[in-house]
Ligand binder design. Structure first.
Ligand SMILES: *[C@@H]1O[C@H](CO)[C@@H](O)[C@H](O)[C@H]1NC(C)=O
Ligand SMILES: *[C@@H]1O[C@H](CO)[C@@H](O)[C@H](O)[C@H]1NC(C)=O
Length: 280
């Protein structure tokens, strides 16, 4: 950068960029007016953005029953982009997050991507990259109705990059704002339109059967040893040893009585024999 010619070229280039930026930010922006199914709408277009934030100046006060923000943003990774819409009028600044980081994953670019609270037209923003390039109407993360006031103000769309890496910086190519009169009809979660409330219905009378009673039967419970309990093995061997000892003791005792009986029998036999002998 020591070379004066290089410096001159850089300075000229920078002033050209500044001049273009000046041109871009000159307001107020013109609008187009049209009717949709519900009411009159005004649309403002910023077709010369080329930056990570871009502004539309609106000098008219027009109702904002419905707000739509549409954009073409280039980004190599939608998940690394956070989108915010900000309104500034004099000292009052309000903003709503349209899309947070993560949603859209590795999906590339946003082409004609619109955010609106009109739930009959919009779905939650796609989580997966397969939704790229996200053409269609999506519900903003924070409702646009949270920004109050009329259409008047300095509206800035900001595209933040998660990692702040220059090559990841999203670029707003163009964006538009549409403000409409007339609120969208209320919609139920199932997508049905809510109609005028019905007359209260007479409550049907229901005869319930008398409560039944059942004789209680004890639930069978397993009472055997818990093989996983502490000491089971020790108790098993102790029990086994005791059984062996008992059996042995019983055997000895039984044997003792058998011997006794035998002794008595022998004695009786001897006495009988002696008697016979003596009798002869
Ligand atoms: C996005 O780009 C297409 C093609 O250039 C253009 O027709 C469309 O109006 C743009 N949309 C917005 C919201 O700027
Ligand atoms: C836009 O980019 C500039 C320069 O990289 C950065 O300082 C600024 O914070 C960015 N703005 C937004 C909204 O990401």
């Amino acid at each position: 950068m020591r070379n004066p010619i290089v410096i001159l070229v850089v300075v000229v280039a920078l002033s050209a960029v500044a001049a273009q930026a000046d041109q871009t930010f000159k307001g107020p922006h013109p609008h187009a007016e049209f009717e949709d199914e519900i009411g009159t709408c005004r649309q403002y277009v910023q077709s010369n953005a080329h930056w990570n934030h871009s502004t539309i100046f609106v000098s008219e006060t027009f109702p904002r029953d419905r707000t739509y923000v549409s954009m073409n943003v280039t980004s190599e990774r939608a998940g690394a982009v956070k989108l915010i819409l900000r309104r500034r009028e004099e000292d009052v600044m309000q903003q709503a997050k349209l899309k947070s980081f993560g949603h859209g994953g590795k999906g590339e670019n946003f082409v004609d991507t619109t955010f609106t609270d009109a739930s009959s037209e919009a779905d939650p923003f796609p989580v997966w990259a397969s939704g790229a390039p996200f053409t269609g109407s999506w519900l903003p993360e924070v409702p646009l109705s949270s920004i109050d006031g009329t259409s008047r103000g300095k509206w800035t769309l900001m595209a933040f990059s998660r990692d702040g890496k220059a090559f990841h910086t999203p670029k707003i190519e163009s964006f538009s704002l549409t403000f409409c009169e007339g609120e969208e009809p209320e919609v139920t979660a199932q997508g049905g339109v809510v109609v005028a409330p019905m007359e209260p219905l007479t409550k049907p009378v229901v005869d319930y059967p008398a409560p039944q009673s059942w004789a209680s039967a004890p639930k069978p419970v397993y009472t055997g040893p818990n093989l996983f309990a502490k000491g089971t093995l020790r108790r098993f061997w102790t029990g086994a040893a005791r059984t062996v000892a008992d059996v042995t003791a019983n055997y000895n005792e039984a044997n003792f009585y058998v011997q006794q009986v035998k002794a008595v029998q022998d004695m009786a036999k001897r006495m009988k024999d002696g008697f016979k002998k003596g009798g002869k």
